[in-house]
Design a protein around this ligand. Structure first.
Ligand SMILES: C[S@@+](CC[C@H](N)C(=O)[O-])C[C@H]1O[C@@H](n2cnc3c(N)ncnc32)[C@H](O)[C@@H]1O
Length: 277
């Protein structure tokens, strides 16, 4: 008997998105609808076999959210925060922040060099009035080591709702100007003007989401300094990523006439791009 293949309908795709975002792995994260739709569109473009769509889509989401990089207990940390002093440099506050920074691979790797890292960055850019921290993860909890005044407006963006909520609560608690936004920065890049944009340890993942996308993304940001960082070695420490990282940034900045300087640390390289030229 001849097999009849039926192509999936809009309804079936809507059901797939609802099923995935309600799954045990993702339901607490509040992934923006725009992200899910964007990933599904990219999957459908790349995938000619309808039976592979769900598998490829789930793989893309897994890579994007990278839950394997680690997470703290957000509810518990929020309760602890409520009882802490309001001064960002109080020992208990710094200990609470350090606990959070240790919970995720990206910030854990930066922890041993945190003061030096931000000292070198702001020595280079000057003290900013407005910072955007894009795909911020848990990095805003490094604020006590950044040496920024409370008047510096710090805007953090991530698509992980519990992270965003805890960062916002932290800013309010210590009286830092700014806020945290739950938003997919690739689908909706921030329009706000900034002195400094941090885009740390995410540009290589953007390339996995869509090859070549950093070029257009960088050009849409409105900032004097765009600081893009990348890891210098792979997660297992086996492979140097310096050459591929330099290539990625060179390609994204090609034909712009932007000046790019490097700050090289043990585990991370920061490309300081003068992006208002
Ligand atoms: C590898 S971590 C890097 C965290 C941080 N930038 C750092 O270096 O410490 C990636 C973070 O980016 C967030 N993210 C990934 N893609 C994003 C997007 N398109 N919009 C907003 N956040 C995103 C993830 O939720 C995660 O918290």
């Amino acid at each position: 008997m001849k097999k009849i293949s039926v192509s999936p309908t809009e309804d079936q795709y809507a059901a797939l998105l609802a099923r995935v975002s309600a799954s045990r792995k993702y339901r607490a994260l509040g992934i923006p609808d725009t992200t899910l739709r964007d990933l599904l569109e990219k999957t459908l473009r790349a995938c000619s076999d309808p039976r592979q769509v769900e598998k490829v889509f789930r793989q893309k989401l897994h890579n994007l959210l990278a839950t394997y990089l680690g997470d703290p207990d957000y509810t518990m940390m929020r309760q602890v925060l409520a009882a802490l002093p309001n001064q960002p440099h109080a020992a208990e506050v710094m200990e609470w922040c350090a606990q959070l920074l240790k919970a995720h691979a990206s910030t854990r790797e930066r922890l041993p060099m945190l003061s030096l890292f931000y000292h070198e960055i702001f020595r280079f850019t000057g003290t900013p009035r407005v910072v955007l921290d894009l795909a911020c993860g848990l990095n805003p909890f490094a604020l006590p080591w950044m040496g920024l005044p409370r008047e510096t407006a710090y805007y953090a963006y991530d698509l992980h709702q519990p992270r965003v909520d805890l960062i916002d609560a932290f800013f309010q608690h210590i009286g830092q100007t700014g806020s945290a936004y739950h938003r997919d920065i690739l689908v909706e890049p921030p329009e706000m003007e900034a002195d400094v944009v941090f885009f740390f340890k995410e540009a290589h993942r953007f390339e996995q989401r869509e090859r070549g996308v950093n070029r257009q993304f960088f050009h849409r940001l409105r900032t004097r300094w765009l600081l893009v960082s990348l890891p210098t070695v792979s997660l297992n420490g086996q492979r140097s990523l310096l050459t591929s990282g330099r290539r990625l940034v060179a390609e994204a900045c090609a034909q712009r006439g932007w000046q790019v300087s490097e700050l090289l640390f043990d585990s991370e390289i920061v490309f300081c791009i003068r992006a208002d030229a």
